[in-house]
Design a protein around this ligand. Structure first.
Ligand code: CP
Ligand code: NVA
Length: 303
């Protein structure tokens, strides 16, 4: 049975930490020019039902650096875009490929894909979760702070796929996460309930960004309208007024806090230009670490 990477909640802290450790080793090898062809001769299908810059490039480059071959497949230009059932695509892909990464809409789509796939399926973002990104974020935190433990994490903005995945991470790794989301834009209720039961007292929700950010070590934000929500952009701009991660808000956090953003960023909306370009921002390391962490995830799962 193939093991899939669909959501962090399918893995233990030890398993996820193992992937983060491997990611650091692979990063070092890649920087030193040491070969690490852990996917020699393997093929990985990279299926996109939404736009992407980082995920596409980091997966394609990552498979190549591991000695394998990544196939970019846009749903619009495949039979998936013409209505071929997910379960049929999943079974056919598994006959050709050693692994699949898919970026799509509902979490139920990746769940169904995985149910019919004999090879590992990796979630490259759904409306519910973005687990590869939070693994890259945690790798960046560990690089910057030497540990993920004992730190205060703040989320400012939409209770979206990124927020949901941070909540799962907080529950699994047992760190303090404070989320500030406007009323009506809270994270998924089932994810919150699961996480609060797993790690009582670690995760708090407020509608005041200042409360979430005060004394934080790590601050994270994301766009107000995610992919698929473009029609809500204007109404969301009103709902999220006061949620811009600007210098005044960052000044409430620890003086050595780090600022994360998964990118793409909308400067002047969820984050100011001065913060994303400023001394606390580690967004370029964070983007780079997608490459290393996804190599570790693929090397762990794809046999
Ligand atoms: N952060 C992220 O997933 O970026 P892309 O949408 O460019 O892949
Ligand atoms: N929440 C954003 C993340 C993009 C990487 C989206 O889903 O569009």
């Amino acid at each position: 049975m193939a093991r899939h990477f669909l959501a962090l909640h399918d893995f233990s802290e030890i398993e996820l930490y193992g992937m983060l450790t491997l990611a650091r080793e692979l990063k070092e090898k890649q920087k030193q020019g040491v070969p690490h062809k852990l996917l020699d001769g393997k093929t990985v299908a990279l299926i996109f039902e939404k736009a992407s810059t980082r995920t596409r490039v980091s997966f394609e480059v990552g498979v190549f650096q591991l000695g394998g071959h990544g196939l970019f497949i846009s749903s619009a230009n495949s039979q998936m875009g013409r209505g071929e059932p997910i379960k049929d695509t999943a079974r056919v892909m598994a006959r050709y490929c050693d692994g699949v990464m898919i970026r799509t809409f509902g979490q139920e789509i990746v769940d169904e894909f995985a149910r019919y796939s004999d090879v590992p399926v990796i979630n490259g973002l759904t409306d519910m979760f973005h687990p590869c990104q939070i693994m890259a974020d945690l790798m960046t935190v560990i690089e910057q702070k030497r540990t993920y433990e004992g730190l205060v994490y703040a989320w400012v903005g939409d209770g979206n796929n990124m927020a949901n995945t941070w909540i799962e991470a907080a529950a699994i790794f047992g760190f303090e996460l404070r989320l500030a989301c406007p009323k009506g834009y809270e994270p998924d209720a089932a994810v919150m309930a699961w996480a609060m039961a797993k790690a009582p007292g670690k995760i708090t929700l407020t509608s005041d960004p200042k409360v979430a950010v005060a004394g934080a070590d790590v601050i994270n934000t994301d766009v107000w309208a995610s992919m698929g929500q473009e029609a809500e952009q204007k109404i969301r701009e009103q709902a999220f007024a006061g949620y811009c991660l600007d210098d005044a808000l960052v000044s409430l956090a620890k003086p050595d806090c780090i600022v994360l953003h998964c990118l793409p960023a909308h400067r002047g909306e969820e984050i100011s230009d001065s913060v994303i370009e400023g001394k606390h921002s580690v967004v370029w390391d964070e983007a780079e670490n997608r490459l290393h962490v996804q190599k570790a995830i693929m090397a762990t799962l794809i046999k």
